[in-house]
Design a protein around this ligand. Structure first.
Ligand code: SAH
Ligand code: SF4
Ligand code: F3S
Length: 494
C-alpha cells in the first residue's frame, strides 16, 4: 500500500474513532461536528436493531434534481447514510428514499410532486419505508404547507441550510411516526469534517461558497440558498489535498457566483488568489469552476487562467439576455456592450478557450427587438454550447409581478429560433479541433458500446475512443478524428 492511501485511511479512521468514542449514555454534545458524530453512532445503533429484526441490511436511495450544488449536497447525504449503516441501492425500492429537490423553474418543482405519488404507492407495500425531502424546494413555505396538507406520508422535510444535521434528523425520524420538519431561513454556519461519498473516484465537486447575494429579478436561488458565505481557503485547500490523496485529479469549484469568492472572509481574498493556491496542490491535474457572473469577472482572474497549467480552457459565462434593457430589468448589472467587451478580453488573452452560457427567453417585457439582441450576442460570441431556458415565473421574485408577461406561443417560437442558432454555431465551434491530438480525462465506459471509453477534453467536450476500463481516471492523449455534433470520435495515441 502506498503512503497516499494511508493518509486517507487515517482520515476515515480518525472519524471512525471519534464516532466510536461517543458516549450514548450522555446527552449529545452541543458543538459541531461532534454533535453529529454522536447522532451517527445513535443512528447506527437504531439501524442495526431494525436490520437485525428484518434479517437484511437497510437500503437507501437518493434522487438529485437541479444543479451541481445539489449533486454535491447529495454526496454528503450519501456519506452520512453509508456511515450509519444504510446500503445505497439504485432505485426507489428502498427503506429510505430521499429526494433532493430543485425549484429554479416550475417544471423541476412539478416533477417532484409527480414522483411523490409513485412513492406513496411503494410505501403502501413497505409501511416502514421512510421518505425524506430536502433541497431548495423545501425552503419555500408554501411547498411545506402543501406537503403537510396533502402528502402526510412524507417522514422528513429539511432544507438547504441544515444538511450537516442529517444524522440527527434521521435519528428523530427513526424514533417518531410524525412528519419531522426542520427548515432554517438562513445560516452563517459552515460545518467542516463530515463524511462525503463521491460519485466518481477521480473527480469531485468542492464547495467554495454557499448562497447568493445577487437577486437577479427572475431567480429564486437567493431566497432558498440564503446569503453568500465563503468557505475558509485553508479548509478548501485541505479538502482538495485530501481528495487528491484519495485519487482525485480534477476538481470543480462550486458557487453561485465564484467571482465574488472571499469578499466576506475575515481576511478577504479574491477568487483568482484562491485559484493560485489550489494550482499549487501537487497531484491535482485539472481545475474547473462554476458559475462565473460576468459582472464580477476580474482582469486578475483572466491573467491567472491564462498562465495556469491546470485550469481548464472553459468558461461558463451566463448571458441571460443580449438586450441591455432586459438585462437591467433582470438586475444583472452589465449590459450588452460590457458583456461583449469582456468576451473579447477573454478571447484575446486565451484564444483557445471554450465559452458556454445560460440564456432565458421570454422574460417579462421581452420584445422581438430584445430577443434579436440575444441572437446577435450568440452570433458574435459563438458559444460552444448554451443552456436555453423558457422564463419560469417564481413566486416571491420581483419578475413574477412585472407587467407584460410574454405569451406562451411567442416564447416557444423565440425559444425554437434561438435553439436553432445556438446549435448550428455550437456544432461548428465544437468541430474546430478535428485532427488535433488532445488530452482527455477518461471518465467511463460507453454505455452503448463496451469497447469504447468516454473521456472529457479540457474544454468540457466528450470524446469516445477504443480502450478499456483500466484507463478510467487517467489522462490520455487522444486524436480527435471526427466531430459528431457535440462530441468527438477519437483514437488513443498515448
Ligand atoms: N448562479 C448562476 C445560475 C444558477 S441558476 C448564475 O448566475 O449564472 C441556473 C440558470 O437557470 C440561470 O443561469 C438561468 O439561466 C436559469 N434560471 C434561473 N431562474 C430562472 C427562471 N425563473 N426561469 C428560467 N430560467 C431560470
Ligand atoms: Fe440566481 Fe443571479 Fe444568484 Fe445566479 S447570480 S443564483 S441567477 S440570483
Ligand atoms: Fe435548483 Fe437549488 Fe441549484 S433551486 S438550480 S438546486 S441552487
Amino acid at each position: 500500500m502506498n503512503s497516499m492511501e494511508n493518509t486517507t485511511l487515517l482520515f476515515n479512521d480518525e472519524m471512525e474513532k471519534i464516532i466510536d468514542a461517543m458516549d450514548l449514555s450522555q446527552e449529545a454534545p452541543v458543538e459541531e461536528p461532534q454533535r453529529q458524530y454522536w447522532f451517527m453512532k445513535k443512528a447506527r445503533q437504531l439501524i442495526k436493531e431494525q436490520s437485525e429484526k428484518l434479517g437484511r441490511p437497510l437500503t437507501a436511495n437518493i434522487t438529485t434534481f437541479g444543479c451541481q450544488m445539489n449533486a454535491r449536497d447529495s454526496e454528503k447525504l450519501v456519506g452520512i447514510l453509508e456511515r450509519i449503516g444504510y446500503v445505497e441501492v439504485p432505485d426507489e425500492n428502498a427503506d429510505f428514499v430521499i429526494y433532493n429537490t430543485c425549484t429554479v423553474r416550475e417544471n423541476a418543482n412539478l416533477r417532484v410532486y409527480g414522483r411523490l405519488g409513485y412513492l406513496h404507492s411503494l410505501k403502501k407495500k413497505n409501511p416502514h419505508m421512510m421518505i425524506g425531502l430536502c433541497g431548495c424546494m423545501m425552503q419555500e413555505p408554501q411547498v411545506v404547507e402543501k406537503l403537510k396538507k396533502s402528502y402526510s406520508f412524507v417522514n422528513l422535510i429539511f432544507g438547504t441550510h441544515n444538511i450537516y444535521k442529517f444524522a440527527e434528523l434521521v435519528v428523530s425520524s427513526l424514533l417518531s411516526d410524525r412528519m419531522i420538519i426542520d427548515i432554517w431561513k438562513d445560516t452563517d454556519k459552515i460545518v467542516e469534517d463530515l463524511p462525503v461519498e463521491r460519485k466518481y473516484p477521480f473527480k469531485s465537486g468542492v464547495n467554495i461558497m454557499f448562497g447568493c447575494n445577487n437577486f437577479c429579478s427572475y431567480c429564486i436561488v437567493p431566497y432558498v440558498r440564503g446569503r453568500e458565505r465563503s468557505r475558509n481557503p485553508k479548509d478548501i485547500v485541505r479538502e482538495i489535498e485530501r481528495l487528491v490523496k484519495d485519487g482525485v485529479v480534477e476538481v470543480m469549484l462550486l458557487g453561485q457566483n465564484v467571482n465574488s469568492y472571499g469578499k466576506n472572509l475575515d481576511e478577504p481574498m479574491t477568487f483568482a488568489q484562491l485559484l493560485t493556491e489550489i494550482e499549487k496542490i501537487e497531484g491535482l491535474k485539472r481545475i474547473r469552476f462554476m458559475t462565473s457572473h460576468p459582472k464580477d469577472l476580474s482582469d486578475e482572474l483572466i491573467e491567472v487562467m491564462k498562465n495556469s497549467k491546470k485550469i481548464c480552457k472553459h468558461l461558463h459565462l451566463p448571458l441571460q439576455s443580449g438586450s441591455s434593457d432586459i438585462l437591467q430589468k433582470m438586475n444583472r448589472r452589465y449590459d450588452k456592450e460590457k458583456y461583449l467587451n469582456l468576451v473579447e478580453k477573454i478571447r484575446t488573452a486565451i484564444p483557445d478557450i471554450s465559452l458556454t452560457t445560460d440564456i432565458i427567453v421570454g422574460f417579462p417585457g421581452e420584445t422581438e427587438e430584445d430577443f434579436l439582441e440575444t441572437v446577435d450576442v450568440v452570433k458574435k460570441v459563438r458559444y460552444d454550447s448554451a443552456f436555453t431556458f423558457i422564463y419560469s415565473k417564481r413566486t416571491g421574485t420581483p419578475a413574477a409581478v412585472m407587467e407584460n408577461q410574454v405569451s406562451e406561443d411567442v416564447v416557444k417560437d423565440r425559444f425554437n429560433r434561438l435553439l436553432e442558432t445556438v446549435q448550428t454555431i455550437g456544432r461548428e465551434m465544437s468541430a474546430r479541433d478535428t485532427g488535433k491530438v488532445m488530452e482527455v480525462l477518461v471518465e467511463e465506459q460507453n454505455s452503448q458500446d463496451k469497447h469504447l471509453m468516454t473521456g472529457r477534453l479540457s474544454n468540457n467536450l466528450l470524446v469516445h475512443f477504443e480502450g478499456d476500463t483500466s484507463l478510467i481516471g487517467q489522462l490520455c492523449q487522444v486524436r480527435l478524428d471526427e466531430c459528431r455534433g457535440f462530441y468527438y470520435m477519437g483514437t488513443k495515441v498515448g
